[in-house]
Design a protein. Structure first.
Length: 160
């Protein structure tokens, strides 16, 4: 009996944890010009690709140029890319030069206290989320290795 109760609790926790972040939470973050931006301001017509990264993250440094290429290729297709830097207060001055040096062509927001990261159950960087037009999380990709850009591009194309 005790075993069934524990099993039931585990199943319910998994069910609720999946559904908690299946719907995109509302967020409001500052961009590099200190303007407050909401999810609705950067949401794509068909898909929104959110990339959590940091200036000190080596896999992020490898993934960003690939994401930038994908974003450029998909301009006009209803897909918006958004980068969210999780750099803390001490690294804020590094973000703008980093963005310029990487040639990032999509909006960058700052999650200084990792509140949006926590709200979206993101636990590591880089983490990429694909949100559909209904605001539902349809794909998550953690980390980055060479070749992952093909997987990400394929996941986006499947949903267009």
């Amino acid at each position: 009996m005790k075993r069934n109760i524990i099993l039931g609790i585990i199943v319910l926790s998994i069910f609720f944890s999946v559904n908690i972040f299946a719907q995109m939470p509302v967020f409001q973050l500052q961009n590099l010009k200190n303007d407050w931006i909401q999810f609705e301001d950067v949401k794509g017509e068909k898909l929104t690709v959110i990339d959590f990264w940091a200036t000190w993250c080596q896999p992020c440094i490898r993934s960003i140029p690939e994401l930038n290429k994908i974003a450029e290729d998909l301009k006009g297709e209803g897909v918006n890319f958004v980068g969210i830097s999780i750099d803390g207060p001490r690294n804020q001055s590094k973000i703008s030069p980093f963005v310029r040096s990487m040639g990032i062509g999509y909006p960058i927001l700052r999650d200084i206290n990792s509140e949006a990261m926590t709200d979206m159950n993101v636990t590591s960087v880089p983490t990429l989320l694909i949100i559909d037009s209904n605001g539902e999380l349809v794909y998550t990709h953690e980390g980055f290795r060479p070749g992952d850009e093909k997987v990400i591009r394929s996941e986006i194309n499947k949903r267009l």
